[in-house]
Design a binder for this molecule. Sequence first.
Ligand code: G
Ligand code: G
Ligand code: MN
Ligand code: NA
Length: 250
Amino acid sequence: RQLANELRHAVTHGELRLLYQPQRSLKTGALSGYEALVRWHHPKRGVIAPDKFISLAEETGDIFAIGEWVLREACREARHWPVQQKVAVNLSPVQFLQQGLVDLVRTILVETGLSPRRLELEITETAIIADKLRALHCLRQFKAMGVSVAIDDFGTGYSSLDTLHSFPFDKIKIDKSFLLRSDSNSQARAIIRAVLALGRSLDIPVLAEGVENESQLRILESEGCDEAQGYYFGPPGAAPSMELAEAANF
Ligand code: G
Ligand code: G
Ligand code: MN
Ligand code: NA
């Protein structure tokens, strides 16, 4: 297919860009990190969202080059942010199962000079379930390096409880569909409450995704949710700048 052929050159032609979406601590009110989200600036088709090319890249194998570019670019940019927040990088399950991933991450950290404490990897249950022993081995190595690992899209997989208690995650990201699809606040509240109880019993902080309005934020705050991310706090956008850092202080 045409798009697959073009995707092969996206990295080498410099057509990929990263946007960053803020994550807010609900305990301190501070911006605690930014999630890196990739976009493909296609010369003819314009900006293409990751939903339209990540799964294609997984099929063609281009995900390795793309994933490596994303990791390096996110670490390189975060190194120069005016404030020392975390940068969260999504790993495709295919990439997570790749041999040498831990070494690649270590190399990129050394190369870019980013502190391992500032890198958070986001992985989904799909990646874990495919090869649990390997996944556990990788997670332990990341932990030993000081890199944190979040479980992304939590609640959309099928073995959540088992996965959670057997793997040393540093954060649970509740999938945005729960806030977005709840047609009542009480429904949203019930789900948030259940995941928070789980997080507390395992001592893992919980971030809610897809916060779009004040009433959702109120629910999260009253239930004691740790962190939040969503259009309400800001869409994926430019990397944090000095102006943003200053604005956040006032
Ligand atoms: O940015 P947006 O909401 O359009 O992203 C849609 C999906 O693409 C999300 O599930 C997100 O996790 C995924 N995604 C965005 N950036 C990356 C990336 O750099 N690598 C991988 N593997 N997935 C990404
Ligand atoms: O699967 P993952 O959590 O990585 O996906 C993150 C994606 O969710 C981003 O690409 C972003 O565009 C999207 N997103 C972030 N905040 C919101 C929100 O408040 N509402 C909706 N509908 N999508 C969001
Ligand atoms: Mn994510
Ligand atoms: Na998610």
